[in-house]
Design a binder for this molecule. Structure first.
Ligand SMILES: C[S@@+](CC[C@H](N)C(=O)[O-])C[C@H]1O[C@@H](n2cnc3c(N)ncnc32)[C@H](O)[C@@H]1O
Length: 198
């Protein structure tokens, strides 16, 4: 891990508190503001490694929790880990086998960035759309969805797409995002449940 991470105050605070990543504080902030996860919700976290959001979710709900990532995630008590690409059918089937009802889908996934702005924006938007399709496929009506995105040309279209499926949709920049980052979370609540996956 590079020295820039050690210098980061939020990272050091997270390690001290026993969290696996500074990202834990993003979910804590989103939860404080939007109450995304309820006490008995079943939660799926897409792009969950190393597991900071899973740790926070484990403290918030007594329901089932599944974490998926391209990379293996070290075990957390009471959390099922699935290694693989969440856009792939076999991974989605495994999630469905673990849970008959999904109340909340979280997605903090980010693709590896190339540094080419428009190419990266398109890949980020494609991943956000894939997470939305996943949420629409899995969520129970009334369920909630949180997804990371980045402000840019395609952001407005994404928001409009999410609004078609949820009764309440907000965009929010968390305080612990790195300085200068365009990272923005979309918080979508109350899934309408009219999604036709065909
Ligand atoms: C910023 S990290 C997530 C941090 C996590 N929320 C935490 O609190 O520890 C983004 C993760 O997204 C994962 N990812 C990106 N694309 C993915 C995909 N298609 N399927 C599964 N995971 C993916 C990456 O492997 C990476 O571990």
């Amino acid at each position: 891990m590079g020295s820039q991470w050690y210098r980061d105050k939020t990272y050091r605070r997270a390690m001290k508190a026993g969290y696996r990543s500074r990202a834990s504080y993003k979910l804590i902030e989103l939860q404080k503001r939007y109450s995304v996860i309820r006490q008995d919700d079943n939660v799926v976290d897409l792009g969950a490694a190393p597991g900071g959001w899973l740790q926070v979710a484990r403290d918030l709900t007594e329901g089932k929790i599944v974490g998926t990532d391209l990379n293996p995630i070290a075990p957390i008590d009471g959390v099922t880990m699935i290694t693989g690409d969440f856009t792939a059918e076999d991974v989605q089937k495994k999630v469905m086998e673990e849970m008959d009802v999904v109340n909340v889908v979280l997605c903090d996934a980010s693709p590896k960035l190339s540094g080419h702005k428009s190419y990266d924006q398109a890949r980020i938007a494609a991943l956000t759309e894939a997470a939305l399709a996943f949420a629409c496929r899995m969520l129970k009506p009334g369920g909630n969805f949180v997804v990371k995105s980045f402000e840019g040309e395609l952001f407005g279209d994404l928001m409009n797409e999410v609004k078609k499926h949820f009764r309440s949709v907000r965009a929010y920049r968390v305080a612990v995002s790195r300085k200068g980052s365009a990272e923005t979370y979309i918080i979508a609540k109350n899934f309408i449940g009219d999604y036709d996956a065909a």
